[in-house]
Ligand binder design. Structure first.
Ligand code: 0ZP
Length: 325
């Protein structure tokens, strides 16, 4: 299709994280990159990083299109992971679309959490108001301004390990083979730089467990993260027990579970019963919902997104959602 770029993503360790290939430089150097709608920085491990040995590292001396910048950057994520380094620009290729002079962040340091993580870096798909260095254009901004995509959208399909595994990010369009039913439009609040949505009601089957709360659609977060109050109501409805650290133990038999039903802009979207269990460790099962103490924002992470195809529209801003295949 003209004006679109498709990037297949790999499902890492049973739906914990999804990453695809992004090429940087001339000739292309290929990296495993986590596409994150919860942040807006594009960074990659570099040869300036002596501890990034488990990763493929970008080498600026091997790229004829590399341009130094001189400024520094540093980022800290919700889970405590951090990275920092210097800025540069280079050509970045996403699903065959070559973005010229994209600002890239070269990591000189990464927190130890990345050592066991397969990803070489992240590509933020949030709004440019939350880039850690102000005034930077995100890859999606440049795809639009450089005329590489005809529509200011990207479609996200995250597969499930229990089905077919990987997924697909489609820049510039949506893939109708990846969803069923009708797309429903939900307005987005971008005031905090995230893909913010209002959940007017949350139900376990027909039991209400929450009304009118703010959430964000975040591909970089594995689970569903609620406020402590909502998470405890959801847990009670599923008979799950609090581990005291924000996670819950749940029955390994989901056959009697009702789906978790989100209402947004008058339409309902489900997380089905089998997705309420996140993982099984022997005879112990962990729930796919959690809470983060003191957080007032809920996060609709991969547990929601692997069950619902989402078309993110940066221009309007809005999302269109339909059940995934
Ligand atoms: C994750 O979801 C982890 C997985 C994870 C973390 C903590 C507890 C878990 C329990 C069960 C299952 C998964 C858990 C992602 C992850 C997956 C696989 C390997 C990993 C290795 C190292 C580190 C993370 C790994 N992290 C969320 C997160 O921070 C947790 C969270 N807590 C969100 C609060 N909110 N995700 C960020 C992207 C990650 C960063 C991608 C580390 C992988 C590498 C962001 O999407 C979160 C975002 C928060 C915001 C939406 C409130 C953020 O930090 N944005 C940065 C901007 C800075 C705002 C300007």
């Amino acid at each position: 299709t003209e004006g679109t770029g498709s990037v297949p993503v790999i499902d890492y360790e049973i739906d914990i994280e999804y990453y695809g290939t992004v090429s940087i430089g001339t000739p292309a150097q290929n990296f495993k990159i986590d596409f994150d709608t919860g942040s807006s920085d594009l960074w990659v491990a570099s040869t300036l990083c002596s501890t990034c040995t488990t990763h493929t590292r970008y080498d600026s001396t091997k790229s004829s299109t590399y341009v130094a910048d001189g400024r520094t950057w540093s980022i800290a994520y919700g889970d405590g992971s951090t990275a920092s380094g210097i800025l540069a620009t280079d050509t970045v290729t996403l699903g065959g679309l070559a973005i010229k002079s994209q600002t890239i962040e070269l990591a000189k340091k990464e927190s130890s959490s990345f050592a066991s993580d397969p990803i070489d870096g992240l590509l933020g798909l949030g709004f440019n108001t939350i880039t850690t260095v102000s005034g930077i254009k995100t890859p999606v901004d440049n795809l639009i301004s450089q005329g590489l995509i005809t529509s200011p959208v990207f479609g996200v399909y995250l597969g499930k390990a229990s089905k077919n595994g990987g997924g697909e990010y489609l820049f510039g369009g949506s893939d109708s083979t990846k969803y069923t039913g009708t797309l429903k439009t939900v307005p987005v609040n971008k005031s905090q730089g995230y893909w913010g949505v209002t959940v007017s009601s949350l139900k376990v089957g027909t039991t209400s467990v929450g009304t009118s709360f703010s959430g964000i659609l975040d591909t970089g977060t594995t689970l569903l993260i609620f406020t402590e109050t909502i998470a405890k109501k959801v847990a009670a409805a599923y008979g799950a027990t609090d581990n005291g650290d924000g996670t819950f133990i749940i029955s390994c038999d989901s056959s009697n579970f009702k789906p978790l039903v989100f209402t947004m802009n008058g339409s309902t979207f489900n997380v089905p019963a089998d997705s309420i269990i996140f993982e099984q460790d022997g005879s112990t099962c962990f729930a796919s919902f959690a809470y983060s103490s003191g957080m007032s924002l809920s996060i609709l992470g991969d547990v929601f997104l692997k069950n619902n195809y989402v078309i993110f529209n940066q221009q309007v801003p809005s999302v269109q959602i339909a059940p995934s295949i």
